[in-house]
Design a protein around this ligand. Structure first.
Ligand SMILES: *[C@@H]1O[C@H](CO)[C@@H](O)[C@H](O)[C@H]1NC(C)=O
Ligand SMILES: *[C@@H]1O[C@H](CO)[C@@H](O)[C@H](O)[C@H]1NC(C)=O
Ligand SMILES: *[C@@H]1O[C@H](CO)[C@@H](O)[C@H](O)[C@H]1NC(C)=O
Ligand SMILES: *[C@@H]1O[C@H](CO)[C@@H](O)[C@H](O)[C@H]1NC(C)=O
Ligand SMILES: *[C@@H]1O[C@H](CO)[C@@H](O)[C@H](O)[C@H]1NC(C)=O
Ligand SMILES: *[C@@H]1O[C@H](CO)[C@@H](O)[C@H](O)[C@H]1NC(C)=O
Ligand SMILES: *[C@@H]1O[C@H](CO)[C@@H](O)[C@H](O)[C@H]1NC(C)=O
Ligand SMILES: *[C@@H]1O[C@H](CO)[C@@H](O)[C@H](O)[C@H]1NC(C)=O
Ligand SMILES: *[C@@H]1O[C@H](CO)[C@@H](O)[C@H](O)[C@H]1NC(C)=O
Length: 544
C-alpha cells in the first residue's frame, strides 16, 4: 500500500550501500529509555507504569547497564525518541515515552544532556554495538485542544502553515486522506500533523535528521507513525529500509499465546510475506513492543514464552527484543507494558528466559559468521542469513524449521504444547534427513541443552518434546569446532545448559573499525497506535 511504499524507499541522508548488509546480522534490544535503567543504578526506585509518570531512566543508566544487554547477546540498542517533550502531565499521562516532541533541537532533560547522549553513542561504539534512534517526523505535541495551540512555541515548526488543518483521525479512521492528513492524539494532547508533503517541511526535517545523525553518530533510525506520513515524504535519498514485521507478530502471538493455537498459520504467513515483500531479510521480527501487550500478559507458561522467543529470534530477518520480554514481564496494553526493568534487578537467572535469549543470539551470530565479519550480498543465497527458512514439519502444535546450508544448518523445533504436554497426543516427532539435511550417523548437538544426539542410519533424528514442550535447536556437532561460547566446546558429556557457560562481555562480537559520523542506517517503520495496528492486523497484504 501507498503508505508503506514510502518507507521502503525512504532512508535518511548519506547512506552507504553496505548499511543494509551491516544491519542484517545484528540483533536489536529495544528500550524505553525512561524505564530501562537509572543513572543511580537503583533497582528499587518505584515505578508504577499505569501512572504514566517519568520514572527516572536515563542515557547514563543505559550506559551503566550495557553489560547486561551485551551479555544477553545483543549488538544494537534502539532507544526512545530523545527530543524535548510537551511537559504537561494530563489525563493522557506524560511524555516519558518520547512520542510528544515540541522542540526537535533540544534533548529531553529527563534522560540527560546531549553530552550524555553522545557518551551513550560512544559507549556503544566502543563495544562494537550500534545505536538506533526512534524519531517522530509526523507531528508535534501540545497539551490542550487545537484552539489553544501556540504554534510559535514549536521548534523548528513554529508556524501553523507547517501543519494540516485540524481534524482528529479518530473521527474518520478509515478515510485514506484522513489517515494521511488528520491529527493523531485527542483534545487533551493535540498532535498537530505536519505537512510532510510540503518541500519546506521536508527540507527542515532533512536538515534536522542529518544533524542528529552526525551529532550523535547514529547507526540506525526507526521512524514513528509511518501511517500518517505521505508517500512524498522523503527528506532523504532512497536506500535501504527495514519494516517491523507486524503480520508475523500477530500470527506468532496468536499461535503461541495458548496451547490451542495453530502453528500451521505461521507457515502460511511466512509464505504470504515472501510473496508480497521484495526483501524479507531486513524485516524486524519481534514478540512485543511499546504499542502492544507483552507476551507475558497472555500466558504465564514459560514453555510458550521460550518457544515464541525461539521462532522469533531465529527467523529470517532482524530480531528485535523489547526490553523485559527476557524477564517475562507481563504488562498488557500501553501504558502498563512499559515497566521499569530495574525492578527485575537485571537478573540473568530470574527464569530460564535470559539465558535462552543469550543462547539464541549466540547461535544466530555463530551460524552467520559473527555479524560484522559477515557481509552478505542481497539475496545471494550463499550464507546463513539469506538462506530463507524452510518448514520441515508442521502441525497444529509442532513446527520444525531449517535455516542454513548443509554443515551450517540450524534446525529448530518449536511447539505450543506448553510446559505440561503429557496429555497431548503428539509430543514426539521424527525429522527426516531430506528435511534437516543431516546425514546418517551424524553427531548433532541440541544447543539449548548441549546434549549430542546421533542420527540413525537413514539420517533421521527423533525429537521428544514430552518433558517440557520444547524448544529444541539442532546443529551439526562438528561445525561447532570454532565456537567458544556455545555449549562449552561442544563436548559430549554436557547436561548443563549453556546457562552455566562463562559469559564474556564481548561474546561473539568482532571488533571493527568504526568511523564516527554517518555510517550506516536502517529505517524501521511501524504503525504506532494500537488501534490502527489492530485495524490492519488481519490483512498483511495491506502492509505492502
Ligand atoms: C552505576 O554502575 C556503573 C556501572 O557498573 C558504575 O560505573 C557507576 O559508578 C555506578 N553509579 C552509581 C551512582 O552507583
Ligand atoms: C478548548 O480548550 C479551551 C481551554 O480549556 C476551552 O475553553 C475550549 O472550550 C475548548 N474548545 C473546544 C472546541 O473544545
Ligand atoms: C476524507 O478526509 C478528508 C480530509 O479530512 C476530507 O476532506 C474528505 O471529505 C473525507 N472524505 C470523505 C468521503 O468523508
Ligand atoms: C548538532 O550540533 C550543532 C553544533 O553543536 C548544533 O548547532 C545543532 O543544533 C545540533 N543539531 C541537532 C539536531 O542536534
Ligand atoms: C492471543 O493473541 C491474539 C493476537 O495478539 C489476541 O488477539 C488474543 O486475544 C490472544 N489470546 C489470549 C487468550 O490471550
Ligand atoms: C541467581 O543468581 C544469583 C547470583 O549468582 C544468586 O544469588 C541467586 O540465588 C540466583 N537466583 C535463582 C532464582 O537461582
Ligand atoms: C560422534 O561423536 C563421537 C564422540 O565424540 C565420535 O567418537 C564419533 O567419531 C563422532 N561421529 C562422527 C560421525 O563424527
Ligand atoms: C571445523 O570443522 C569443519 C567441518 O568439518 C572443518 O572444515 C574445519 O576445518 C574445522 N575447523 C577447525 C578449526 O577444526
Ligand atoms: C575450550 O575452548 C577454549 C577456548 O577456545 C580452549 O582454550 C579450551 O582448550 C577448550 N577446551 C576443550 C576441552 O576443548
Amino acid at each position: 500500500m501507498w503508505f508503506w511504499k514510502v518507507l521502503v524507499v525512504a532512508a535518511i541522508g548519506t547512506v552507504h550501500a553496505a548499511s543494509r548488509d551491516q544491519w542484517l546480522g545484528r540483533s536489536i534490544y529495544q528500550v524505553v529509555t525512561d524505564r530501562f535503567a537509572r543513572s543511580d543504578n537503583s533497582t528499587t526506585a518505584p515505578c508504577d507504569a499505569a501512572l504514566g509518570k517519568y520514572c527516572g531512566g536515563s542515557f547514563q543508566g543505559i550506559i551503566n547497564k550495557l553489560d547486561y544487554i551485551q551479555e544477553l547477546g545483543f549488538d544494537a540498542v534502539w532507544i526512545s525518541p530523545v527530543q524535548s517533550q510537551e511537559s504537561t502531565r494530563t489525563v493522557d499521562l506524560s511524555a516519558y515515552h518520547g512520542y510528544w516532541p515540541n522542540d526537535l533541537y533540544s534533548v529531553n532533560s529527563h534522560f540527560g544532556t546531549s553530552d550524555d547522549l553522545q557518551a551513550l553513542s560512544a559507549a556503544l561504539h566502543a563495544r562494537s554495538m550500534y545505536l538506533m534512534l526512534d524519531i517522530v517526523v509526523g507531528d508535534m505535541a501540545w497539551a490542550g485542544n487545537a484552539s489553544t495551540i501556540d504554534y510559535s512555541t514549536f521548534n523548528p515548526f513554529n508556524d501553523q502553515k507547517y501543519f494540516h488543518d485540524y481534524k482528529l483521525l479518530s473521527e474518520d479512521p478509515t478515510n485514506e486522506t484522513c489517515v494521511l492528513d488528520c491529527w493523531m492524539g485527542d483534545n487533551t494532547i493535540s498532535l498537530p500533523d505536519l505537512r510532510n508533503e510540503d518541500q519546506d517541511v521536508q527540507q527542515i526535517l532533512g536538515t534536522w535528521v542529518s544533524q542528529l545523525i552526525s551529532n550523535y553518530s547514529i547507526d540506525g533510525l526507526r521512524i514513528d507513525s509511518v501511517l500518517n506520513i505521505p508517500p512524498s515524504f522523503s527528506p532523504v535519498s532512497p536506500s535501504l529500509s527495514g519494516l517491523l514485521n507486524y503480520p508475523m507478530y500477530y500470527i506468532l502471538s496468536e499461535a503461541f499465546n495458548t496451547t490451542n493455537g495453530d502453528l500451521n498459520t505461521i507457515v502460511q504467513s511466512i509464505n504470504n510475506i515472501r510473496t508480497n515483500c521484495a526483501d524479507v531479510l531486513p524485516l524486524g521480527t519481534f514478540t512485543s513492543n511499546q504499542d502492544v501487550p507483552r507476551f507475558g500478559s497472555y500466558t504465564s507458561d514459560l514453555s510458550l514464552a521460550r518457544n515464541i522467543l525461539t521462532i522469533s529470534m531465529l527467523a529470517d530477518g532482524i530480531p528485535i527484543l523489547y526490553y523485559g520480554e527476557e524477564q517475562h514481564l507481563s504488562g498488557g496494553f500501553n501504558p502498563v507494558n512499559r515497566e521499569a526493568l530495574w525492578l527485575t534487578k537485571y537478573s540473568m537467572n530470574s527464569t530460564s528466559l535470559p539465558l535462552l535469549v543469550q543462547s539464541l543470539n549466540r547461535i544466530r551470530s555463530y551460524a552467520s559468521g559473527d555479524g560484522e565479519k559477515f557481509i552478505v550480498a542481497p539475496k545471494s543465497g550463499t550464507d546463513y542469513l539469506s538462506y530463507l527458512s524452510v518448514p520441515i514439519y508442521k502441525s497444529n502444535n509442532i513446527l520444525a524449521m531449517r535455516k542454513g546450508f548443509t554443515g551450517n544448518q540450524v534446525v529448530s523445533v518449536v511447539s505450543n504444547l506448553g510446559a505440561k504436554p503429557a496429555t497431548k497426543a503428539t509430543t514426539k516427532i521424527k525429522l527426516g534427513s531430506d528435511g534437516t539435511g543431516f546425514s546418517s550417523g551424524q553427531n548433532v548437538t541440541e544447543l539449548l541443552s548441549c546434549k549430542t544426539f546421533v542420527t540413525d542410519s537413514s539420517g533421521n533424528i527423533n525429537v521428544d518434546l514430552s518433558s517440557d514442550g520444547g524448544p529444541r535447536v539442532y546443529y551439526p556437532t562438528e561445525s561447532l569446532n570454532q565456537s567458544t561460547n556455545i555449549c562449552g566446546n561442544h563436548t559430549q558429556t554436557l547436561t548443563a545448559s549453556s546457562a552455566s557457560q562463562k559469559t564474556s562481555t564481548s561474546a561473539g562480537i568482532s571488533s571493527f573499525d568504526l568511523s564516527m559520523g554517518v555510517r550506516t542506517l536502517i529505517v524501521t517503520a511501524a504503525l504506532t497506535t494500537s488501534y490502527i495496528s489492530t485495524l490492519f492486523s488481519r490483512s498483511p497484504s495491506l502492509l505492502l
